[in-house]
Design a protein around this ligand. Structure first.
Ligand code: TRP
Length: 444
């Protein structure tokens, strides 16, 4: 006898956990710097278009796969089709390791910044000084690695706790607090003297800044932020019961995630211009800009500590979903216990993460042709996730077809406006669109 599969306690609990997976470093760390690197407003428009064209349809497709089969990504494909399809699940497991390996590094930076906020060294709005603090820290060899390890431990500890007890409870409690804090910081950022230039950069589309890499960055960001394309939502869907309305839940998660990313842009980009930072500074952008925002507000240290702590929690609810995919797979397909599965996956992942942790100045070997290993992993992810999404779209669109509509709507009981549009997006629009975007670097 196998144990009965756990399920989410409520629809709200599911939405909070799925939004917890979606909302993380992708929204607050990655989105603003990628927007900054890609010219601002034009990127924002392309990103939002991709979320609506591919994102929503694919979120539903993944949830349908998971809920129908009650399985991990590999098991889900095995059960429905067999043949080569389970390889799509394997690709997802592989992608999970790639993402988690650099995710714990950046989350580790966040942990370190909780402490830095109280030390006084960040109490300045001087770009050079803040850049130095960040650069010196990530260029060290021990602390960034140790912080990444600590974060991996926190993730593993949460995953061992299981779905309802660990993930759901933490997510439900702290996500709303992060949201309120974000609103406070946006209010501060947009009222800074000089914020106008940042708002103009963010909201005025400049299509001259769009290059081949803009399209790949935008689709990669859409997938990354929605936790899409590697089976995380198949896994979370497998813990859903049939009584929840799937389309409504999917729409709420997409809206929450996209709304929070856009808000994060309003928090970071006006401040970037107000204080004279470079919007194209890359992965360090949030870490060098935010301290300046805190330094310019009353109670800044308090808000700063709180913010980085909540960001670490947001990152935790995301990293947990990444590890959970691998763990559920090992439990379902290889009969691992939850403990062994978690421990082994976490260990391997940490090992793969070490080159990323050491790539920011500590070890030259991990800077390949001028690009740090961590940045390479990010770019690899921007490619792997849409690739996984391509196969998921084809599978649910063509192989499942009408059965997917029946599954998404609980046999017609839940509302799904434009059900046939959804299927044709999965069949034609998403696959062609994804292929077109992924080919951009080669075509141009
Ligand atoms: N979406 C998360 C973020 O924005 C990262 C993440 C969690 C993720 N699980 C995922 C990305 C699964 C891709 C696939 O920070």
């Amino acid at each position: 006898m196998t144990e009965a599969r756990e399920h989410w306690g409520s629809r709200f609990g599911f939405i909070m956990a799925a939004a917890g997976s979606a909302v993380g470093l992708g929204n607050i760390w990655k989105f603003p710097y990628v927007t900054g690197e890609n010219g601002g407003g034009a990127f924002l428009i392309i990103y939002i278009a991709f979320v609506f064209i591919f994102g929503l349809s694919l979120v539903m497709a993944e949830l349908v796969l998971g809920r129908t089969t009650q399985k991990n990504p590999v098991g889900a494909f095995k059960q429905l089709a067999g043949g080569a399809w389970p390889l799509v699940g394997m690709l997802g497991i592989f992608t999970g390791f790639v993402i988690l390996s650099f995710y714990i590094v950046v989350a580790g930076w966040t942990l370190a910044y909780i402490g830095f906020m109280t030390s006084g060294q960040l109490s300045t709005a001087d770009p050079a000084a803040l850049g130095d603090v960040f650069g010196n820290f990530i260029g060290e060899s021990t602390s960034p690695t140790v912080y990444a390890g600590v974060f991996m431990l926190l993730t593993a500890a949460t995953v061992v706790g299981g779905i309802g007890k660990g993930i759901e409870r933490v997510a439900k409690l702290l996500m709303p607090v992060l949201f309120i804090l974000l609103l406070i910081l946006v209010a501060r950022a947009v009222t800074l003297p000089g914020a106008g230039a940042g708002l103009a950069f963010y909201l005025t589309p400049n299509f001259d800044a769009v290059t081949a890499s803009t399209w790949t960055a935008a689709i990669g960001q859409a997938f990354f932020s929605l936790s899409l394309g590697m089976g995380a939502l198949i896994t979370y869907g497998s813990y859903m019961t049939k009584s929840h309305s799937l389309p409504a839940s999917a729409a709420s998660v997409v809206a929450l995630d996209t709304g929070i990313a856009i808000l994060a842009g309003f928090m970071i980009l006006p401040a970037v211009f107000a204080f004279g930072f470079d919007p194209a500074s890359g992965p360090g952008l949030a870490f060098i800009t935010l301290p300046a925002v805190f330094a310019s507000m009353p109670g800044g240290i308090f808000f700063g500590v709180l913010f980085f702590a909540l960001l670490a929690v947001a990152a935790l609810t995301s990293s947990v979903s990444l590890l959970e995919v691998v763990v559920t797979y090992l439990i379902d397909e290889w009969n691992f216990t939850r403990r062994t599965a978690t421990a082994s996956a976490a260990l391997v992942c940490f090992a793969v993460g070490v080159p990323s942790a050491l790539s920011q100045g500590a070890v030259d070997l991990f800077v390949i042709n001028g690009t740090p290993f961590l940045d390479l992993m990010v770019a690899f992810t921007d490619f792997l996730l849409p690739l996984g999404g391509l196969f998921i779209a084809l599978f649910v669109g063509w192989k499942m077809g009408p059965a997917a509509i029946a599954a998404a709507t609980n046999d017609g009981k839940a509302r799904l406006p434009f059900a046939s549009v959804w299927i044709w997006v999965l069949r034609i629009v998403a696959p062609c669109g994804i292929i077109w975007v992924l080919l951009q670097p080669i075509l141009s």
